[in-house]
Design a protein around this ligand. Structure first.
Ligand SMILES: NC(=O)NCCC(=O)O
Length: 384
């Protein structure tokens, strides 16, 4: 399994394929080519000084007679945890705030309207350990915790909608923990929150020790820049989870994640892209990057020797469009900001071509699913 030494699939293809082959491979693997965005030179200078990658692409839609283009720029952020996991909690959070603040400054220079950070961005992904302290100390109120207040300032300062995935402490309900994304309007107001609906029980992803499946359904947030939703990490393996956000009208679905190469790297390019196609919307897949090492060894009942590392978070964040095209990914080994310009008119245009919304047999599925979840259900198998 490749670690940080292997930069990206794109870099490998570009290095080894002759131009004509590369064009065809990209046509099939990436769909219609996305145009490179002209971003300001000072944004690249700041990214280079801050030691993070900056890439920008644009998806185009056909011109319409009655609707003006609905152009929006999204920013996807992938980053390492700047301090080791055994540093004091407050210092780790502050270091992450400073890191993100610098990246958001650059996003603002690039004209980003909606920005999304990685899953549980204010902490190391410590759920592998199953230890409570100090990790539960990273949990904060979604409504008025220090990270939400920090994001409100960013949102207002840069006129940007912020999607901030955190570990939530729900004071109103017995101090329960949740894996939550807070959506902050560009006005600075907290628009609302959404919770991770599907909790992994695979490999070292021992998250069920900390929080339960989300109980807020599939909210979609109407922002000045379009209707957005957040399908947190493991929810991307569940097509019906994507579907419900789309049924509620999402035009862009963010998928802030934390996942490692040995487990999911071959699924990564497929799942969010497939969701964009199946639901006539844009999807934004964001992953952590790098290695995280924990103070104490842990095991996960899978026969592996006790270890202190979580494996390799392979970055590779990307955006996919309803027509099946996608941007190249950010690298597997560096912090990065991916800026993508979307014309939301593309959602309806592709819908009118492929008609998945119109041809979906939702009423039939609803009826059959309602039967299938009953305890006395017997699967509809026709036998000789
Ligand atoms: N954070 C999280 O849910 N990870 C689970 C593993 C995966 O979905 O790839």
């Amino acid at each position: 399994m490749a670690g940080p030494e292997w930069e990206s699939l794109e870099q490998c293809l570009e290095k080894h394929l002759p131009p004509a082959d590369l064009r065809e491979v990209k046509r099939i693997l990436y769909g219609k080519e996305t145009r490179k965005l002209e971003l300001p030179g000072r944004a690249f200078e700041a990214a280079s000084k801050g030691d993070f990658e900056l890439q920008g692409y644009a998806f185009e839609a056909a011109e319409e007679q009655l609707r003006a283009p609905r152009t929006v720029r999204v920013g996807l952020v992938q980053n390492r945890t700047p301090l080791p996991a055994d540093a004091p909690v407050a210092k780790q959070v502050t270091a992450l705030h400073r890191r993100i603040e610098a990246i958001v400054e650059v996003a603002a220079v690039c004209g980003v309207n909606v920005i999304c950070f990685q899953e549980a961005w204010t902490m190391p992904f410590a759920f592998c350990t199953r230890e409570r302290l100090p990790w539960t100390e990273f949990a904060e109120s979604a409504e008025d915790g220090p990270t939400t207040r920090f994001c409100q300032k960013l949102a207002k300062k840069h006129d940007v909608v912020v999607v901030s995935p955190i570990l939530e402490r729900d004071r109103e309900h017995g101090d329960a923990l949740w894996n939550t994304a807070v959506v902050i309007s560009n006005s600075g107001a907290v628009l609302g929150k959404t919770r991770k609906n599907h909790i992994p029980r695979v490999g070292d992803f021992n998250e069920s020790t900390y929080y339960m499946e989300g109980n807020l359904g599939h909210p979609v947030f109407q922002t000045q820049f379009g209707r957005i939703a957040v399908n947190i990490c493991y929810g991307r393996h569940h097509p019906l989870n994507w579907l419900m956000y789309s049924i509620n009208g999402a035009e862009i679905i963010f998928n802030p994640s934390a996942t490692i190469g040995a487990l999911s790297e071959c699924l990564w390019p497929v799942e969010a892209r497939n969701a964009a196609i199946a639901n006539h919307c844009f999807t934004c897949a964001i992953n952590r990057v790098g290695e995280e090492l924990f103070p104490n060894e842990f095991t996960s009942g899978d026969g592996k020797k006790a270890h202190r590392d979580f494996g390799y978070f392979y970055g590779s964040s990307y955006v996919a469009a309803p027509d099946g095209s996608r941007t190249p990914g950010l690298s597997r080994n560096r912090d990065g900001l991916l800026v993508a310009e979307l014309d939301l008119n593309l959602c309806r245009q592709v819908n009118d071509i492929w008609n998945f919304k119109m041809t979906g047999r939702y009423e039939m599925y609803a009826r059959e699913l309602a039967e299938a979840v009953k305890p006395n259900y017997s699967p509809n198998i026709v036998k000789e």
